[in-house]
Write a protein that binds this ligand. Structure first.
Ligand SMILES: Nc1ncnc2c1ncn2[C@@H]1O[C@H](COP(=O)(O)OP(=O)(O)OP(=O)(O)O)[C@@H](O)[C@H]1O
Ligand SMILES: [Mg+2]
Length: 259
């Protein structure tokens, strides 16, 4: 199968500080890959760099999307080409209703729907995600609970239907039932062939959304890749043995990674 996303030797700096230090990671078309690793490893930063967040400056390496470099292109263009990032901490946009947000997003993607169809689709997705229809007119993420924000990310995913989704800790803060609901939501979108890079700290969501491969990041790079057995290993032993094998004594603060 061809590669959907191919990251090689990626080096990223934020305000002159090295955050990613040679990330290699490839997700072939239609596969689900999990990205794990200790706090501060650079997982969220990788998601931002792939989407083109202006603060995350690529200073080395390459990001290929369907064989073409995305470097230097703005986030909206990456989104139009099929990339989607679900945020670890979704932001509220007071004044913008969920319905209007999704209408604008679809328009930006060149997938505009007639108003009636859009409302029908959003209503259907809200109900699949077990969210009240009142969320349609509420300002997006404004005063939503932690779990409601996470579900709303999946409502967006389902409405926008990207070719690949990077899901940054979509499982954190969810109760057991919500976790299942969210995972089922992701799996429904996957039936269309969507690729997934799921960032998580926990085994549980990977029992619902089965990864083809698992990668472990530490100190700004991928230090191990393998099958699902990696997840079990991490649960059993923690990250220490992998860190030592990679020659990382301890998880250094980002400032110490640069150099
Ligand atoms: N905009 C920024 N400004 C300054 N430092 C940053 C910025 N973004 C990330 N960093 C630093 O880069 C390192 C990696 O952060 P990142 O959020 O990518 O880690 P993570 O692997 O997602 O961690 P977690 O599991 O806690 O979410 C951290 O030390 C963080 O403080
Ligand atoms: Mg993070």
């Amino acid at each position: 199968m061809s590669d959907l996303l191919e990251i090689s030797g990626l080096q990223v700096e934020v305000e002159g500080k090295r955050i990613l230090d040679g990330v290699d990671l490839t997700v072939p078309t239609g596969e689900v890959h999990a990205l794990m690793g200790p706090n501060g490893a650079g997982k969220t930063s990788l998601g931002y760099a792939v989407m083109g967040h202006p603060k995350y400056q690529v200073v080395g390496g390459q990001i290929l999307w369907k064989g073409e470099s995305v470097l230097g292109t703005p986030p909206e263009q990456r989104a139009r080409r099929g990339l989607f990032l679900s945020l670890q901490y979704p932001t509220a946009i007071p004044g913008v209703s969920t319905a209007n947000f999704l209408r604008s997003a679809l328009k930006g993607l060149g997938k505009e729907l007639p108003a009636r169809e859009l409302l029908k689709e959003v209503r259907a997705q809200l109900s699949l995600l077990k969210m009240d229809q009142a969320f349609l007119s509420r300002y997006i993420n404004d005063n939503f609970s932690g779990g409601e924000k996470k579900r709303m990310e999946i409502v967006q995913l389902a409405v926008l239907r990207p070719e690949m989704a990077i899901l940054d800790e979509t499982d954190s803060g969810l109760d057991v039932d919500a976790l299942r609901t969210v995972a089922e939501g992701v799996n429904r979108v996957r039936e269309g062939g969507m690729g997934v890079l799921i960032i998580t700290h926990y085994q549980r969501i990977l029992e619902y959304i089965t990864p083809d491969r698992v990668h472990v990041m530490a100190a700004g790079r991928v230090i191990a890749s393998g099958g699902r057995e990696l997840v079990t290993e991490i649960e059993r032993t923690g990250y220490d043995p992998m860190l030592r094998a990679a020659g990382i004594e301890e998880v250094l603060p980002a400032a110490a990674v640069s150099g």
